[in-house]
Design a protein around this ligand. Structure first.
Ligand SMILES: Nc1nc2c(ncn2[C@@H]2O[C@H](COP(=O)(O)OP(=O)(O)OP(=O)(O)O)[C@@H](O)[C@H]2O)c(=O)[nH]1
Ligand SMILES: [Mg+2]
Ligand SMILES: [Zn+2]
Length: 382
């Protein structure tokens, strides 16, 4: 253990774990997706009382318990009530992908003592406006959509909005090319339609999720130490991709209804898995209520084509609805514009809660700042 901590100190000269009792095995935790950025971030946080504590990653969240993995083994644990309460005050909760400090009590039970504030975090809202974490600390969100009847651009824009502003890169993964667009002349117009609507800024990959070639196509997002989350509706092929990337059948997959390609909600909870190449993948169930946790400014960024065209509208305060001389209505597809209006209405309704979220992020940032200042004092720099 001492040797491992020493290794980490050599790599990150932030004065980590000198006299705190944290068991950090960087080599193994790297296989759980511990990035240098996260290790450095962690080095700035004071260890909680007691210990020794182990740094572990949440692989599953259940009603009462969590599954934690340290790179060697998986254990079942529970969060200390004060941890849950502290996060509730920030209108959030522990999520798959979070890094935590945990320790075992005298009965052999594992307890989570601290959540390391996440570096990236995706959250959604329920129809009633309440906020729910989806995942933490992922690098890339693979937005999985079938080229069959699952194909729905309005829903895809919703997923993009969900990821936008979370610090996570979104990549569109179109599945079922083998059945829905098996030849280049069938695939090309589908890709063109997407590009026309979404612009050039987002990567689009088309795969047969059941075939090993899918792993090659997604390799750029799956370097050792990286974490991806698979999101998309039920039946899109998220678990199929998980299994193809893993090279073994980790997750159950289900048939889809023939007339509309809908899945049967085969996957019911989120789970994090290690891949042979050293990356981690989080499989998720299709979300039923998909309401992104975003503000108007973030949406404006996502629909930047609308923002650009709006400069050419006859009226400065044009709402792109009935006004004459509207460049947006002229230049943007009706479907995309309707979706934009709908998402904007929801974002406005959620404004108060978005402010709360910003407050939460600033508390997280302030904690990091305080810890940095504390480390400086400790090192005699301040
Ligand atoms: N031919 C073909 N079938 C696919 C592809 N991807 C998924 N499927 C099939 O689609 C069905 C649904 O796939 P799943 O992986 O269970 O879908 P999911 O997204 O995990 O769905 P939920 O767990 O319900 O959210 C299965 O029968 C898969 O075999 C693909 O690229 N090509
Ligand atoms: Mg599934
Ligand atoms: Zn206009």
């Amino acid at each position: 253990m001492r040797r491992r901590a020493a290794l980490l100190r050599r790599r990150f000269t932030t004065g980590l774990v000198q006299d705190t009792m944290i068991d950090i095995d960087f080599e193994h935790l790297r296989s759980m997706g511990l990035t240098p950025a996260m290790a450095q971030h962690l080095a700035l946080h004071e260890a909680p009382e007691g210990g020794p504590h182990a740094l572990m990653r949440i692989t599953e969240v259940h009603r009462e318990t969590l599954r934690l993995h340290d790179g060697h083994a998986e254990v079942s644990a529970r969060p200390l009530p004060r941890v849950t309460r502290g996060l509730e005050e920030l209108d959030t909760a522990l999520a798959v992908g979070d890094w935590v400090l945990a320790s075992r009590d005298e009965h052999g039970d594992w307890w989570v003592h601290l959540q390391v504030p996440p570096l990236t975090h995706i959250a959604r809202r329920d129809a009633d406006g309440s906020r729910h974490p989806v995942v933490s600390n992922v690098d890339t969100a693979l937005l999985v959509m079938g080229l069959d009847d699952d194909y729905n651009l309005r829903r895809l824009e919703r997923y993009l909005a969900l990821v936008q502003g979370s610090g996570v890169q979104a990549v569109i993964v179109l599945t079922k090319v083998d059945v829905a667009a098996p030849t280049p002349d069938l695939l090309a117009p589908r890709l063109q339609e997407l590009r026309d609507r979404l612009g050039q800024s987002v990567d689009i990959v088309a795969v047969n999720g059941t075939h090993p070639t899918a792993a090659h196509a997604l390799a750029p997002y799956l370097n050792a130490g990286q974490t991806v989350v698979l999101m998309g509706s039920s039946g899109a092929g998220k678990s199929t991709l998980t299994n193809t990337l893993a090279g073994v059948a980790l997750q159950d997959t289900g048939a889809v209804r023939e007339h509309d390609s809908r899945g049967k909600h085969t996957t019911t909870s989120r789970s994090l898995h290690r891949l042979p190449g050293g990356a981690c993948v989080i499989d998720t169930p299709g979300l039923r209520a998909l309401r992104p946790d975003v503000d108007e400014a973030t949406l404006a960024w996502l629909f930047d084509d609308i923002g650009r065209l709006a400069l050419q509208c006859r009226f400065r305060d044009c709402r792109h609805e009935q006004e004459p001389g509207c460049a947006v209505r002229e230049g943007v597809g009706g479907d995309r514009l309707r979706n934009y209006h709908k998402l904007m209405r929801e974002a406005r309704r959620d404004t108060m809660t978005v402010l709360e979220r910003q407050q939460q992020m600033s508390v997280w940032r302030a904690r990091g700042k305080a810890a940095r200042a504390w480390m400086k004092v400790k090192r005699g720099e301040a």
